[in-house]
Design a protein around this ligand. Sequence first.
Ligand SMILES: *[C@@H]1O[C@H](CO)[C@@H](O)[C@H](O)[C@H]1NC(C)=O
Ligand SMILES: [Ca+2]
Length: 326
Amino acid sequence: MATISKAVVAVLILFEQYCVNFAEWNTRDYMKKEHSLVKPYVGTPWDFVGSTMLTNNYIRLTSDHQSMKGGLWNQHPVLVRDWELHIQFKVHGKGTNLFGDGFAIWYTKERLTMGDVFGSKNFFHGLAIFMDTYSNHNGPHNHLHPYISAMVDNGTMGYDHDADGTHTELAGCEALFRNLAYDTYVAVRYSDDTLTVSTDINNKGGWKECFTVKGVHLPTGYYLGFSAATGQLADNHDIISAKFYELETERKDDGVDYSKIEPSAQFFASPRDHVDDAKGAFMLNSLSGWKLLVVIILIIIGIGVCLMVGFIIFQKSQENSRKRFY
Ligand SMILES: *[C@@H]1O[C@H](CO)[C@@H](O)[C@H](O)[C@H]1NC(C)=O
Ligand SMILES: [Ca+2]
């Protein structure tokens, strides 16, 4: 009996590993080098501006000193409509209570711009994800910092630094990502006009959803970037890697020229329950066509194996009970 259940467990583990490996293989297949940033950054398709400093192991947007601004910008416009960006970062410094200000992840028309929004230009065109470590808000806040939020601008709204962008944010979540001893990641997924931001900051090797916002309209042809700033308060803001994946979706050609649309978003924050899921599962959504079919077939085979093993166990136990009766 014990050996059979051990065998079942072994088969299930093998099967699960196969599924995870499969999903990982899929992500690597679609990783786009021209939008990715990987060590040791030799011949990297990214440009630096301001205080940004390159080392072999990380790119430091600002060091733990006052009044710095640094940026890191991809050289190639993103021409695909559905994508996911996985960023490994590290925010750390000597301050225990006082540190700031944080960094931003950009998908904008502008690139290599310097300014007052986490080191880059205000009244931008496109998407910003703010990884805000310092609360500028005087008065009670309804959330803790560090805080992650998203904003879409068409050049008219502007980010209000003194209010931590509270009035322009699409959605946000608390994320205590600073001064951690292990690796920290954030994922930005933009697909089917839906923006999802997830984090992996608990050393669990799995993504946790921060927020999902529907009805986010962004044109193709914008640039990915990172920027950070320090003021009175400081921190090291390091980008370690960025991996860009093109997602496959099945969509009919609607005749719209997506390079011409204006960035816009419905103001619609959906506070969702935060659920941990496996790293593979987050990518599994992007499987399509025959790959999805293969995964489904594998799952069916897995279930079949379980049923067979279950049946064998059942028969054995029937035999055993019969032996006991005679
Ligand atoms: C820009 O956004 C504002 C606010 O959402 C809107 O009123 C305006 O019409 C937009 N401009 C363009 C050119 O889309
Ligand atoms: Ca702030």
